[in-house]
Structure formats: structure tokens, C-alpha cells
Write a protein that binds this ligand. Structure first.
Ligand SMILES: [Zn+2]
Length: 59
């Protein structure tokens, strides 16, 4: 199961959750304030990590 990162819009809490892919966008509850106002963040592997630092000084 992939690990997803979520942020609660109500209290700003970020948390990670192991979920099945088909459940990734289903509603879940903030573990901090029990709000359902939670959005999924894109994981670091999708963002590409430190890809931009290599371009400096590279000719
Ligand atoms: Zn919350």
C-alpha cells in the first residue's frame, strides 16, 4: 500500500496514512481535530526531490 500525505484544512495538521490506491481520495478524518476537511498532498517522490539544484553551474 502506498503512503499518502494529507493536510487538514481546519487545523493545519499534516499526517501520513497508508491507504489503498482506490481509497486515496475518499474522505478521511483528521486525527487531530476529527474534521473531514482534509486534502491529499502530493508525495515527495512525485515532486522529484532535489532535481533543481543540479542545474546551477552546469554548462
Ligand atoms: Zn484537523
Amino acid at each position: 500500500m502506498p503512503l499518502y500525505e494529507y493536510q487538514c484544512r481546519s487545523c493545519g495538521k499534516t499526517f501520513e496514512m497508508l491507504r489503498r490506491m482506490k481509497d486515496a481520495d475518499t474522505e478521511l478524518e483528521c486525527p487531530n481535530c476529527r474534521s473531514n476537511n482534509v486534502e491529499r498532498q502530493f508525495s515527495t517522490f512525485a515532486a522529484g526531490g532535489c532535481g533543481t539544484s543540479g542545474s546551477r553551474g552546469f554548462t
